[in-house]
Design a protein around this ligand. Structure first.
Ligand code: DQA
Length: 145
């Protein structure tokens, strides 16, 4: 089974952007951490990032045909995008929402997530380890023992 790891706006700058909040590790480190876990469970994974809302929507549509699960960090689109929520509502597999920072400890506008209305599980505040932990859960649900 294929798992998409979809990342939204500004996450291309992970490792350089506000390292006090998001740390020094990069999206390549996210991919390496996820791949290690995925392979242990016989899963495949594909990491994607875009700063464009429409591209995120298109990848979710693509996942309908090709993926059994989606791990998504929508960045700021978490708090604004009905379009990303609507796209995820068309997807029938597992959806896990990941935030590197603990959004609940931050500004109140980060406390609401449209995506959480669809997510089967949410990780927040575990740093980039949150992605690998979400992948581990995908493995338990969809992978080989
Ligand atoms: C984030 C939290 C969001 O509020 C923020 O807009 C991001 C990153 C996180 O991973 O902690 O871009 O999703």
């Amino acid at each position: 089974p294929m798992i998409y790891i979809i990342n939204g706006p500004n996450l291309n700058l992970l490792g350089k952007r506000q390292p006090d909040v998001y740390g020094y590790q990069t999206l390549d480190d996210v991919e390496a951490g996820c791949r290690e876990v995925a392979e242990a469970f016989g899963l495949e994974c594909k990491l994607l990032q875009s700063n464009w809302e429409g591209q995120i929507v298109d990848w979710i549509h693509e996942a309908r045909e090709t993926a059994a699960g989606i791990i998504i960090n929508p960045g700021a689109l978490t708090h604004t995008s009905v379009a990303v929520l609507d796209a995820l509502n068309t997807f029938e597999g597992q959806v896990f929402e990941v935030h590197i920072s603990n959004v609940h400890k931050r500004e109140s506008f980060r406390h609401h997530s449209y995506v959480s209305l669809r997510a089967d599980g949410v990780m927040a505040g575990f740093g980039i380890e949150g992605y690998a932990l979400a992948m581990r859960r995908m493995g338990n649900l969809l992978g080989q023992p």
